[in-house]
Design a protein around this ligand. Structure first.
Ligand code: HGY
Ligand code: MN
Ligand code: MN
Length: 423
């Protein structure tokens, strides 16, 4: 791994550890990236807020005597090495620090904080791991700034062409390469990193549950079984821009009216397939003036289903309906795929090992994507979910009770300890 930045450890096992609880660490960052207009948090990748969180993580890791580095894809690593210093077959745990716009406090940071506390717990037990333990923080998991989810883990695993990644643009037109450069990376070296992957023996991601499964089961923790297949598509509707006051209704080709029909069709097409989910969460009219009939409208579509063929069928249904809705307004419509991830089933061996280590934890699937879903294709991967009493996520209402958060970190420590001793 061509480490971009290496930061010296504060001294193995240094005792100056602050915040020996997940809720304490979460309080540390509670004011970073608050979004006063949307509520919740907006911590887009390589923004000031997310860079502050990246710095916070590195500091917390160094206080624990972990050896930290930032790799060429912008992934943060914190190593608890064995005496030999060999970095292979490591048990890796972590998550992400970026958020959706107006997101909750726990999506991502809960997994990162729990990983730090799991190290504290194992240190207090006097564990000296037979295999290295590493903490990892992946950039742009949400894909909220550059449009492709899990961008850091896709680069690491070679799941995205580095040129495509470098040229992704945020809504202001900044490329991922330029944003990464401003964050201290050299985008020329981004891409598939087999050397780093070969260090990983297993990856465990702890995450707030983004649903009601644990509420309904009245359980604090679950072991993940699978991640629903999901994709993102951009629909561009083109019409005739014009003046809102001088253009008669019968003379209009208004892409916003077409878009309204498309958004209803998205809901109707998803309802035809049990378990399908389809969402338009973002719509951008061009030019976007109150007294202007838009000339074009971009909509972004998110479709998910456990069966990848159904996801494809829902998208095809939507495509046909969208072309018709546009034509009805004298507009045209183009659909472009931006990312697509198949349904992922986590490593059965690892999952059953977690079941042995956490016998009371139920097994749950998830409709939310994660870096664990991308890594599952190359490294034995598992997930732990922590109860969210609101069942709501990607919203300021997302929540985890302190007691459940500490239980999650303890469970993660059990899992890591159970795995580092694994042959
Ligand atoms: O979109 C997702 O499912 C994840 O939260 N990135
Ligand atoms: Mn997440
Ligand atoms: Mn998320």
């Amino acid at each position: 791994m061509t480490a971009v930045k290496r930061t010296t450890a504060a001294g193995a096992g240094s005792s100056s550890v602050a915040n020996t609880s997940v809720s304490g660490l979460m309080r540390n960052i509670a004011d970073t990236g608050r979004d006063p207009s949307r509520g919740g948090y907006t911590r887009s990748v390589f923004s000031t807020a997310e860079n502050d969180l990246r710095t916070w993580f590195l500091e917390q890791a160094q206080r624990r005597g972990l050896d930290t580095e930032t790799d060429r894809n912008g992934i943060l690593w914190a190593w608890w090495d064995t005496p030999s210093g060999d970095r292979k077959d490591a048990v890796v745990t972590g998550s992400h620090l970026d958020s959706v716009p107006g997101g909750g406090a726990f999506d991502g940071p809960l997994g990162v904080s729990s990983a730090l506390i799991a190290v504290d717990i194992l240190r207090e037990r006097g564990l000296s791991p037979a295999k290295p333990v590493a903490l990892a923080v992946f950039p742009e998991e949400e894909g909220s700034r550059f449009g492709v989810a899990c961008l850091g883990s896709r680069l690491l695993t070679g799941a995205i062409d580095p040129d495509k990644a470098r040229n992704l643009r945020d809504p202001d037109g900044t490329t991922f390469a330029d944003a990464a450069t401003a964050a201290g990376l050299d985008p020329r070296y981004m891409g598939h990193d087999p050397e780093t992957l070969n260090r990983m023996g297993a990856f465990i991601e702890l995450h707030v549950e983004q649903g009601r499964g644990l509420i309904d089961l009245n359980e604090p923790l679950a072991v993940g079984s699978s991640i629903l297949g999901h994709g993102r598509w951009r629909l561009t509707v083109r019409g005739q821009g014009n003046h809102a006051g001088t253009t008669l209704m019968e003379d209009r080709h208004d892409p916003m009216v077409a878009a309204a029909g498309i958004i209803r069709a998205v809901r109707d097409c998803a309802l035809r397939y049990v378990g399908a989910r389809a969402t338009v969460g973002r719509i951008v009219p061009v030019p976007g003036g109150t007294n202007v009939i838009a000339s074009a409208v971009d909509l972004w579509l998110d479709v998910r289903h456990a069966d990848d063929a159904v996801t494809a069928a829902v998208v095809e249904n939507i495509h046909v309906a969208a072309v018709a809705a546009a034509a009805a307004e004298g507009c045209t419509m183009l659909l472009a795929e931006e990312s697509l991830s198949p349904t992922v089933h986590f490593d059965p061996g690892l999952r059953s090992r977690l079941g042995e280590l956490l016998p009371s934890a139920p097994i749950l699937d998830t409709g939310a994507g994660h870096d664990a879903g991308v890594l599952a294709g190359v490294v034995p991967t598992a997930m732990l979910f922590v109860r969210n009493p609101t069942g709501v996520s990607h919203s300021p209402e997302e929540h985890v009770e302190d007691g459940d958060a500490e239980l999650g970190a303890k469970a993660l420590a059990e899992v890591v300890e159970g795995l580092v001793g694994m042959p």
